[in-house]
Design a protein around this ligand. Sequence first.
Ligand code: ADP
Length: 530
Amino acid sequence: MNKRIFRYMVFLIIFTVLFFALLWGTVFSVQLGPQIKNELKTLRVSLIDESGNVVFDNMANPSDLENHSNRKEIEDAIKYGEGESERLSGTLGEKTYYYAVQLESGNILRLALTTNRIEGLIYKFVLVVFICLFLSGSVASVIARRLTKKMIAPINNIDLDRPELGDYDELSPLIKKIESQKEEISKQLLEIESRTATTLVITENMKEGLLLLDKNGTVLMANESVLGILNKSEVIWKNVVEVYRESNFLKQMKECLAGKKTESVLHVNKHTYSVLYNPVFEDDIIKGAIVLFIDITGRYAVESQRKEFSANVSHELKTPLTTIAALSEMIMDGTVREEDIKTFANKIYLQSKRVISIIEDIIRLSEFDEGNVVKDFIDFNLYELADSVIMNLSEKLSEKNVEIELNGDPNLRMTGNMHMVDELLYNLLDNSIKYNRDPGKIIINLSEQNEYVKIDVSDTGIGISKEHIGRIFERFYRVDKSRSKKTGGNGLGLSIVKHVVGFHDGYIKVESEIGEGTTFSCFLKKNISK
Ligand code: ADP
């Protein structure tokens, strides 16, 4: 490379000098040569004798000219052999230079040239030199630019994968360094790629939502789950404020980005998430945050059901127990007359029965919950069972003036838990009496449908509106609390029915018209495996 640069430099210098010389020579011969010749034509030559008389003048008639003996240049020429002087010409303000020399003949030869001519000549001369210099410089700079490009081109065109250095051996250490760095970079890239792929596989397969934020709250990473949870298609490089505008979430996020590890519960699209906000530190300086969304919908629902259930149990038991306590206290205090004690005792008995019935139902439901129910499947006659339930409820039927009709094959049999099916029929019929009109009617239809036995209980009662039908199987749910309490209901009957049906691999349908009546249709597996 050195040699090449040197060659170019020498070439450029020689070229510039030659070009300048050629240019100058041409301009001089074409322009200045004739000019100087012309200028010489305007040179005034005079010959003067020793007495100062003009003998010859190339520009004037000597007889018209005055005696020159008192002119300084003439005086000096006579005295010293040569003399010179300069004088301003009166009219044009021009200055004339005189040079006189005494010839051997004694005569004096005088040359005269006016200033503007000399200076003009010098000016032209210098100007031409500068123009030539400028032109040479311009041409040289164009050539220099081309040469530089030519010199740099091979460096720019070096293929770093297969370098051919040519004249540029000096670049060899640099190329080697670049090559080793390239290798290092591709190794690191491979490692990063494999790590990214692993992280991606892990995060994308995570059920939990994952958000990675920088310290300003800009989202750096978000997995598929979190996009689903937040219902967004793209969140990368967006600020968390734009991503999810929920006040509590943003408040926790702010605290987290201030360095505090927090937790919150978020309800989105009928799901409940436990959100964990973890600040990320490096050398005690906050660098960002990792936010994890864990779906706790099931756990949360069970937990809230459990809380609601215990609150309901306490509430349901409190009323009859308070009544029992108050009545017994009055008897103990002797404030109750002898003849009223029986009535009081009866009230205490009824309230105690209510407490026992609630407790029994709760125990039954918790047995279902824990799967502690003994299967105890036997073959029995469903028609006869329904008939016996009707018998047990005959008193209530006549009290409420409700007529009942049982239809179906008297030999209809099924295999299942007879005690549970008894309870199912009892609860359905009990409700049909309680929520019936006075007088009213109940029709029971027993039939077979494929692998199921179908139990239809229809009444002519008050009916259930659509919005309540979906909830009547929930524990302690009652459409009309006061009416249900008056009729001795505890809101657990249909929950038990639902469990019994489920226990026999079946399902329930409810059809109801307000003011017209309700039909419960229970489908139970006819021959559930023992
Ligand atoms: P309850 O002990 O209150 O009767 P259930 O669980 O048996 O509790 O029933 C839940 C609610 O469903 C009742 O409170 C009542 O409002 C409604 N219900 C149940 N059966 C009938 C029916 N045959 N007619 C009208 N409403 C009914």
